[in-house]
Design a protein around this ligand. Structure first.
Ligand code: HEM
Length: 183
């Protein structure tokens, strides 16, 4: 029962708190990236790449796990205690890990794309297109977290099992593009 109460009354759910958290991660990353670029331009590339890869790992970990939670969540009765537990898990995963990690991935990735490649290269254009697609999948999952949160999910576990594979497929293509750079 404790979990049920938390799902409905956690102050972290307010849109204002959510906005503050998103703006804070944006500002901290931007300030860090700009400061590093000014203080140590050569070392900055390696350090921003470290930041980029760490953020990518966090983003992908969340995008791979969230639809797996949807698979289980879609099989339990709306309003049950288990369903309320899934709501908390999904919302916290999205707000604490997936959203900030996506922001940091984009900022550090675009910084690298400009500083190192001046946005030139077929592989880079292909990669950015795929990451835009991945960001769309992220948006779709964020909508699903809201719908599950309001007990409005209408899709079955089969659908979520298929969606579970989409971020994996995009990730494989992105990593091939950035490391092999085939064109
Ligand atoms: C958000 C848009 C993104 C942009 C603009 C971007 C851009 C870049 C750039 C320019 C590099 C440096 C590549 C090099 O110097 O060889 C890089 C490194 C890397 N990126 Fe991204 N990236 C983005 C998102 C992602 C995503 C979503 C993934 C994985 C799913 C990813 C995986 C990697 C990896 C593994 C490296 C290290 C490659 C290496 O050092 O050999 N990136 N990224």
């Amino acid at each position: 029962m404790t979990i049920v109460a938390k799902a409905g009354s956690d102050p972290a759910m307010t849109p204002r708190r959510r906005m503050i958290r998103a703006v804070m991660s944006l500002v901290i990353t931007l300030v860090g990236v700009i400061a590093l670029g000014l203080l140590a331009p050569v070392a900055a590339i390696a350090w921003i790449k470290v930041l980029h890869v760490l953020a990518v790992i966090s983003w992908m970990a969340g995008l791979l796990y969230l639809p797996r939670l949807f698979v289980y969540h879609s099989q339990v009765a709306p309003g049950s205690e288990t369903s309320e537990t899934f709501k908390v898990m999904e919302r916290k995963l999205l707000e604490y890990i997936i959203n900030p990690a996506m922001i940091v991935t984009w900022i550090a990735g675009l910084w690298l794309a400009w500083q190192v490649y001046r946005f030139q290269g077929g592989w880079l254009h292909g990669k950015i297109a795929l990451v835009l697609l991945l960001s769309g999948v992220h948006g779709f999952f964020a909508g699903a977290v809201r719908r599950f949160g309001d007990d409005r999910n209408t899709r079955g576990h089969g659908f979520w099992r298929i969606m579970n594979e989409v971020p994996t497929a995009i990730m494989v293509l992105v990593v091939i593009l950035v490391i092999v750079k085939p064109f």
